[in-house]
Design a protein around this ligand. Structure first.
Ligand code: PRP
Length: 211
């Protein structure tokens, strides 16, 4: 009997090309990353690929619109969804940091007041609460590095990969909050009902792939 088609949500942000190259090396040839189109659904072998906004991938998987997904661990932590996270992949590596203007003296002290610009309010709150600080959070959708430069916030919590955005905007890293990489996430019901198909994907993705 032919395997059922598995719906897999993948981030269409900065890790899309890396994920597509990784899927291709795992035996799922495709050219989604190279396609200059507005299409959001692609059928590739026994997969149906859904190109989602990164922060939405965990939600698509939790609610069963996708059976599984590939997304950065930053989005998984922020989403706090009820999903399985069976494997980490050696792609999409970056880190979540606290950063502020180069010329600012910022020392974290219990009970202090601080205003943080971020796309990651839950991760930010959890990080500061561990240090007995209740931050004021300014939720931003992008260009987060602008916040300390304009006085919108004292500092930011954001991801950095190459470090260029931080450097080019005269910011400095105060602390690394977490290391990030892409992970496979799976819907809890699909893990039972499509177990064979999902195990096949996981095993293809965990093969020793030279990247
Ligand atoms: C991300 C992140 C930083 C930047 C860091 O933004 O929010 O701004 O990348 O990357 P770097 O360390 O390699 O310079 P993204 O490019 O996803 O766009 P955004 O500003 O719209 O969030």
């Amino acid at each position: 009997m032919q395997n059922k088609r598995v719906k897999i949500a993948i981030s269409k942000g900065r890790i899309l090309n890396e994920v597509c190259a990784y899927l291709a090396k795992a035996g799922y040839p495709n050219n989604i990353g190279e396609k200059n189109s507005r299409e959001l659904v692609f059928n590739v072998k026994n997969l149906q690929i859904l190109a989602c906004k990164p922060s939405d991938v965990p939600k698509y998987v939790e609610l069963g619109a996708a059976d599984c997904g590939i997304v950065g661990s930053d989005c998984i932590s922020e989403a706090e969804c009820d999903i399985y996270e069976p494997i980490s992949l050696p792609i999409g590596k970056c880190k979540m940091v606290l950063a502020c203007s180069k010329n600012k003296k910022l020392k974290l002290k219990s009970g202090m007041s601080i205003k943080i610009g971020t796309k990651y309010p839950k991760i930010t709150r959890a990080f500061f609460l561990k240090q007995s600080i209740t931050p004021e959070i300014v939720f931003l959708n992008g260009s987060v590095e602008l916040a300390p430069l304009t006085g919108l916030a004292d500092a930011i919590v954001d991801i950095t990969e190459t470090g260029s955005t931080i450097k080019e905007n005269n910011l400095k890293i105060i602390e690394t909050i977490m290391e990030i990489s892409a992970k496979v996430v799976v819907n809890k019901t699909s893990f039972r009902t499509l177990n064979k198909e999902i195990e096949t994907i996981i095993s293809a993705l965990t093969k020793k792939i030279k990247i």
